[in-house]
Design a protein around this ligand. Structure first.
Ligand code: COA
Ligand code: AMP
Length: 645
């Protein structure tokens, strides 16, 4: 069917914006800044390129992000509207927090932090599960100009320690426990272990005591509830520059230390406020349910800041797509809270499908409020796209767009999507549709030459990146330039490969580095290799991300042992290595399979053939073997390990 004749598929609005941005990007973004944000000093300049290739947006603008997310909505009469609906099947709780109530708690917590010496530019590490206090702590930091760094709960104490040492926080906000479907996760011992490992000692920690498990508080631990009770009045928002840092969020890079992605205040506020109506087609008063975690960028942008900046109600969900209590939980929430836009990772839909292949649980609920389902964090495979589209059609009796959107921690908001608020393009399964205005996406070969339509290459984005994207790597401008901006002149290297077809649709095929996506979680195989290699029995290892039906990818390790390991029990050793990765990186690393092999295949220059091994494990019909392979028999011997049967 040719959708182009259908008015809903008119591309006029999109084409107009693309044309405007192409000729006058600065004017366009200044207009967005004026439309969406209440400034203390409205910016008169859009772009500062004086330190190119590093660009900054709105250099003379001044604002407060928390004010824009809360106070102004209350002043405008939205005080009684729900800001956050906390829906926690694991604790059997549903709690609505209005904009007025959230402003009250945030401004009092901000005062409590400020009274204890936390001020503009100071860092606060937040190590919390999906509870409203996570959003409160983030917004309280924004209110006083402190820079928050949220650490995902699935990371081990050692990873938390690395982040504490990199940001050197004045305070840490954490909790007594996290609650999973069938167990309590004690956070305090993990925090204490991390603080023991870290060289940095924060001035104090604030602990949210949860009734499911209370913990002992130490000398420098403050009880969140007591602190709030002792702080009857809030604090006014402080003015920061648009270019001042709002947060640092760590992400896996290519081996070594995780990278602290720095987000500015003004550019981010403008970009998110632009994206809510444009990409997600959400207006003030609507409800967005993003089933992710505040520890990831999706949580920062579309559980906390995005919806609140736009006056939208955000559902904060403490649970899993299945098992809390069943595969219908997302859909129960959509009915209960009249959700307009749902956002999650493809993995989540795959696990729902596994439990409820016919979508019977989904059909139980009234999904009449639902306008679209957004999926991101990993490639949306056509099968999952088709299934989700089908079950939503069965449940609603209409066509609910399932929108693949591609972006990264670095960009902070979608690079490509079907921008429902501008134009609804006909969907092509496997494609996140088209670049969002502001992103000039190109495909190049390794020498930087543009690739013709339909041919796969490296995905790059022409500089400057739009507002809201990363400002730098925390404390390390040169790492920002060397990791992202120096491969090709005037281009940002995304680390993904893909192609653009003849109709301008982008297809994102996978990473070109050692980053893998496991259940929508971004992990580095290089970091896992470093942990495994630290074991005295191991001489060499390669960790590869292989295809997994549910999680998209899972890590697999191939290990070569030294002669000292001959006497060791191999099964015990494998279990030890799995435990080591879990202990050093965290349960989220999800490394379960280790194979002990006599040797690893390499090129003559010593490069391990990870890509070839991955292709064999994934069952590629014709895995690419470089002509420079040192000893082809090593690879031949591995076939039965990588692809048994
Ligand atoms: N705190 C502590 N531990 C956590 C955690 C958290 N926030 N999140 C995950 N873990 C643990 C899990 O309990 C699990 O531990 P286990 O090995 O002891 O069972 C381990 O980390 C691996 O977790 P995960 O890979 O998430 O697998 P899972 O089987 O627990 O759940 C899904 C699978 C698909 C349900 C889950 O990964 C999910 O909801 N994914 C969506 C991802 C997402 O939101 N991504 C963000 C981008 S939108
Ligand atoms: P993160 O920084 O955790 O958001 O992970 C970003 C990476 O996830 C990207 O570089 C891609 O490799 C992958 N990714 C995210 N969304 C998509 C998508 N819609 N399609 C394909 N890959 C995606």
């Amino acid at each position: 069917m040719d959708h182009r004749a259908d008015p809903q598929f008119s591309t006029e609005a999109y084409d107009d914006v693309i044309a405007r941005v192409a000729t006058d990007a600065e004017g366009f973004w200044l207009d967005q800044a004026a439309t969406h944000i209440d400034w203390v000093s409205e910016p008169t300049r859009a772009l500062d390129d004086s330190r190119a290739p590093i660009h900054r947006w709105f250099p003379d603008g001044e604002l407060n992000v928390c004010y824009n997310a809360l106070d102004r909505h209350v002043t405008a009469g939205r005080g009684d509207q729900a800001a956050i609906i906390y829906d926690s099947p694991v604790t059997d709780t549903i709690r609505t927090i209005t904009y007025s109530q959230l402003l009250d708690e945030v401004s009092r917590f901000a005062r409590a932090l400020s009274d204890r010496g936390v001020g503009k530019g100071d860092r606060v590490v937040i190590y919390l599960p999906m509870i409203p206090e996570a959003a409160v702590a983030m917004l309280a930091c924004a209110r006083i100009g402190a820079i928050h760094s949220v650490v995902f709960g699935g990371f081990a104490p050692a990873e938390l320690a690395v982040r504490i040492d990199d940001t050197r926080p004045k305070a840490v906000v954490s909790t007594s426990c996290g609650v999973e479907a069938n167990r309590i996760l004690e956070y305090k011992p993990m925090l204490d272990e991390a603080l023991g490992l870290a060289e940095t000692t924060p001035d104090f920690t604030v602990i949210v005591q949860r009734e499911q498990h209370r913990c002992e508080l130490g000398e420098t631990d403050l009880d969140y509830a007591e602190l709030l009770a002792a702080t009857p009045s809030g604090i006014d928002p402080v003015t920061v520059r648009a270019t001042d840092e709002l947060y640092v969020l760590y992400t896996s890079g290519t081996t070594g230390r995780p990278k602290g992605i720095v987000r500015d205040s003004g550019g981010y506020a403008v970009a998110l406020s632009y994206s809510l109506p444009t990409v997600f087609s959400l207006e003030p008063g609507d409800t967005m349910f993003t089933a992710s975690d505040v520890g990831w960028v999706v949580g920062h942008s579309y559980i906390v800041y995005g919806p609140l900046l736009a006056g939208v109600t955000s559902v904060l969900f403490e649970g899993k797509p299945i098992g809390t209590p069943d595969a219908g939980t997302f859909f129960r929430i959509i009915e209960d809270h009249k959700v307009n836009v749902h956002f999650t990772a493809p993995t989540a839909m795959r696990v729902v499908r596994k439990e409820d292949p016919e979508g019977k649980l989904i059909r139980k609920y009234d999904l009449s409020s639902l306008r679209a389902s957004f999926l991101a964090g990993e490639r949306l495979d056509p099968d999952t796209y088709e299934w989700t589209t089908r079950v939503l059609r069965q449940a609603t009796g209409r066509d609910v767009p399932v929108v693949d959107n591609w972006w990264q921690t670095e960009t902070g908001w979608p690079i490509a999507a079907n921008p429902l608020g501008l134009t609804r393009f006909p969907l092509k399964p496997g494609s996140p549709t088209k670049p969002i205005p502001g992103y000039q996406v190109e495909i190049v070969d390794p020498s930087g030459t543009p690739m013709p339509a339909g041919q796969e290459g490296l995905i790059v984005i022409r500089l400057p990146l739009p507002p809201g994207t990363m400002a730098t790597v925390w404390g390390d401008d040169s790492r920002f330039v060397s990791s992202y901006l120096s491969a090709f002149d005037g281009r940002y290297l995304t680390g993904d490969s893909g192609y653009i077809d003849e109709d301008g649709y982008l297809f994102v095929m996978g990473r070109t580095d050692d980053v893998i996506n496991v259940a929508g979680h971004r992990l580095s195989t290089g970091v896992m290799e470093a942990v495994i290699s630290s074991h005295s029995a191991v001489t060499e290892t390669a960790v590869i991300g292989v295809h997994d039906e549910t999680k998209g990818q899972i890590p697999r390790a191939l290990v070569v042992l030294g002669s000292s390991a001959e006497a060791l029990d191999r099964e015990e050793l494998k279990a030890e290595l799995v435990a080591l990765v879990r202990q050093e990186i965290g349960p989220v690393a999800a490394l379960r399979r280790i194979d002990i092999v006599p040797a690893l295949p390499k090129t003559r220059s010593g490069k391990i053939l990870r890509k070839t091994m991955r292709e064999i494990a994934d069952g590629a019909p014709d895995p690419a073997v470089p002509s420079t392979i040192e000893d082809p028999t090593v690879l031949d011997d591995l076939h039965s390990v990588l692809r048994p049967g």
